[in-house]
Design a protein. Structure first.
Lengths: 242, 404
């Protein structure tokens, strides 16, 4: 098991948000997707964000993943105020500190699984040899050692999502974000993906998971329920050793 | 940091991964570039062909033609150029210049059962040396035959075929021109068309014979040709001809002449201009092809924007900076443009060559056309390769990912 407090935040806090808000202008209407969320996630936690569709959970996840910029409020990642970062610094944060798993996989369809997993390392400026070694290692870890040269269309949904997980992990991020990772999968593969996530968390990986399925959320140790862009409930699952 | 070499690798990987799209983009550039080069090569070739034709007419030759006699804006009387004018030139311009008059009429020609309508040219034997006409069979008519109004004829190279008999067999035979019996003494070598008349279809007979036996004593020359031994002697010849014909026609030096003296280089200029217009027309057509090719490039680049915007979103989500994205697309567009440009130039050269081979048209590839065609394709390709990418690269990753 790896050391948990290796990051810059001495107190072990990975995520802290204060009054985080995101409003969209949709035509003449302003959609208040996230209306002031305060949340803290410690290193090593496995948190499930739940809520009905339209509750703002995906928007919140995109803000945490630095894929979207908040309208107002503050967000510290590993103790660093993210809203003050430049475009290039944000790219670096996405590259080094965050691994993102999407519901729709978002793999490059015409690149091999290996190249897809290598991408974050390419943008990190890693040398080809080392890059390849690490990408292969992660693919083996998600059970795709024999599918590295396949392109996404040649893989099943579950396999694609495992490629995406390998890609999210390849830079050893402080935070793994998964936005409905099983939303496009059948129940058997869903089980596989949840197992992989649980195993990763067991090895110390901090995970934030968005889902609307209660049994997936139950794999996490903590559940945060959002409703209308606000935190409705925030509780530990039963039997959690917290 | 993300190195340039990696950018090139990513770009090349992307080109390979999207082979069809890359191929179509390249094709647009190839067609645009190739079309311009071919068209301009055709135009240039035509221009050179015209110049070569003029060259064949002889650049050392002055042509005297009857003009109009203008009096207060009204053309008056019948202006003539007569045999006596040609004789005066021959008598007074000495042995330095070759002189040949030309009278011409379209007449019925027959041999055995073959009939034809040909241009009959009455002239002096010097005509053949002035116009650099060589023989393939027989001989030319002589000075003596010319003066003796003999019925002898020299045929242009295409005439024997019209008369259904090989040239070699026609020599010594009798043909009939306007029902008058002529002996064929020689057949000329091919000269090539001059554009408005074809010397190879003409039949040459002595001027005196033409005037007094065939054309009914109408002493109206079409032209008198004066050949100078060198181009430097054209100007003195010009002055001399002007002086002599004016005296023959009794025109004072201050008055307008009733004849014109033309030089081959005058035609050269006029025809050169015509050919230039032709070149410009072709260049215009080529420009349209280039534009269409350019629009093709724009289209394919813009159509792929949806997929590419998502790709940019993915890359940004994984940590690509704006600069890295732009550089990747720049290299991609650059590679396609350079590749397309090179292939386009090759296609242009190839098809110009093909046109020459298949249709016997002269072509000449203009370096300017190559430069313009390549430059234009490159600019269009680069702009439309990068512009959508730039637009996508400034989006938040999530907006790029959601782009539909």
């Amino acid at each position: 098991m790896k050391t948990l407090n290796s990051g810059s935040a001495g107190n072990g806090t990975v995520i802290r948000t204060e009054n985080l808000r995101k409003y969209y202008i949709l035509g003449a209407e302003t959609v208040r997707a996230v209306r002031g969320v305060d949340m803290t996630v410690e290193r090593g936690e496995f948190v499930a964000i739940m809520g009905p569709s339209g509750s703002g959970k995906s928007t919140f996840m995109n803000l945490i993943g630095c894929l979207d910029t908040p309208t107002a409020g503050n967000y510290w990642l590993n103790g660093r105020e993210v809203s003050e970062l430049s475009d290039n610094q944000l790219a670096r944060v996405r590259n080094r500190d965050i691994g993102f798993v999407f519901q729709t996989f978002n793999l490059l369809p015409r690149a091999t699984a290996l190249h897809n997993v290598e991408l974050p390392l390419i943008y990190a400026g890693m040398r080809a040899k080392e890059r390849r070694r690490r990408a292969e290692e992660k693919l083996v870890r998600v059970g795709l050692g024999d599918r590295m040269m396949h392109k996404p269309p040649e893989l099943s949904g579950g396999q694609r999502q495992r490629v995406a997980i390998a890609r999210a992990l390849v830079n050893d991020p402080a935070l793994l974000l998964a936005d409905e990772p099983t939303g496009n999968l059948d129940s058997r593969t869903t089980g596989e993906i949840v197992e992989i996530l649980s195993a990763l968390n067991g090895a110390g990986q901090t995970i934030l998971l968005v889902t609307h399925e209660a049994d997936i959320a139950s794999a996490a140790f903590r559940q945060v329920h959002l409703q209308d862009g606000l935190v409705e409930r925030d509780f530990m699952n039963e039997g959690t050793p917290a | 940091m993300f190195t340039f070499r990696e950018t090139v690798n990513v770009a090349l990987a992307s080109i390979r991964a999207n082979a069809l799209r890359s191929g179509l983009t390249t094709l647009g550039i190839v067609i645009g570039t190739g079309a311009v080069i071919t068209m301009v090569a055709l135009g240039e070739g035509a221009q050179r062909a015209v110049e070569a034709q003029i060259e064949r007419m002889g650049t050392n030759v002055l042509t005297v033609r009857p003009g109009q006699n203008w009096w207060r804006g009204v053309a008056s009387g019948s202006v003539r150029l007569q045999e006596s004018d040609a004789q005066a030139l021959r008598n007074q311009m000495g042995g330095l210049y070759d002189i040949a008059p030309e009278i011409e009429s379209r007449l019925q020609v027959s041999y055995l059962r073959w009939n034809s309508n040909n241009q009959i040219v009455g002239t002096w034997p010097s005509y053949f040396s002035i116009h650099e006409r060589a023989l393939t069979h027989g001989r030319l008519f002589s000075e003596g035959e010319a003066q003796g109004r003999q019925r002898v004829a020299v045929l242009g190279s295409d005439v024997p075929e019209v008369l259904g008999t090989p040239g070699a067999l026609l020599v010594g035979r009798s043909i009939q021109i306007r029902g008058i019996r002529f002996e064929v003494v020689g057949v000329l070598a091919e000269k090539g068309s001059m554009g408005w008349s074809n010397p190879d279809e003409q039949i040459y007979i002595p001027l005196s014979t033409a005037l007094y036996r065939v054309m009914g004593n109408r002493d109206r020359l079409r032209a008198i040709y004066v050949a100078a031994p060198s181009p430097e002697q054209l100007d003195p010849a010009w002055a001399e001809i002007d002086r002599i014909i004016r005296r023959e026609h009794r025109i004072r030096p201050a008055e307008d002449a009733d004849f014109q003296i033309q030089q081959a280089s005058d035609f050269l200029e006029t025809l050169g201009e015509t050919a230039e217009t032709f070149t410009m027309l072709l260049a215009g057509i080529a420009g349209v092809s280039l534009l269409v090719g350019g629009i093709g490039i724009m289209n394919i680049m813009l159509v792929s924007v949806t997929e590419r915007t998502r790709e940019i979103g993915v890359r940004k989500a994984l940590g690509a900076t704006r600069k890295a994205i732009l550089l990747q697309f720049l290299v991609e567009a650059l590679v396609l443009c350079v590749l397309g440009g090179i292939l386009g130039v090759a296609a242009g050269l190839g098809s110009a060559e093909l046109v020459t081979k298949l249709y016997g048209r002269d072509t000449a590839v203009a370096p300017e056309a190559v430069a313009v065609a390549m430059g234009f394709s490159a600019v269009i390709g680069l702009f439309f390769g990068i512009w959508p990418a730039r637009r996508a690269s400034v989006l938040d990753p999530i907006d790029a990912l959601r782009y539909e």
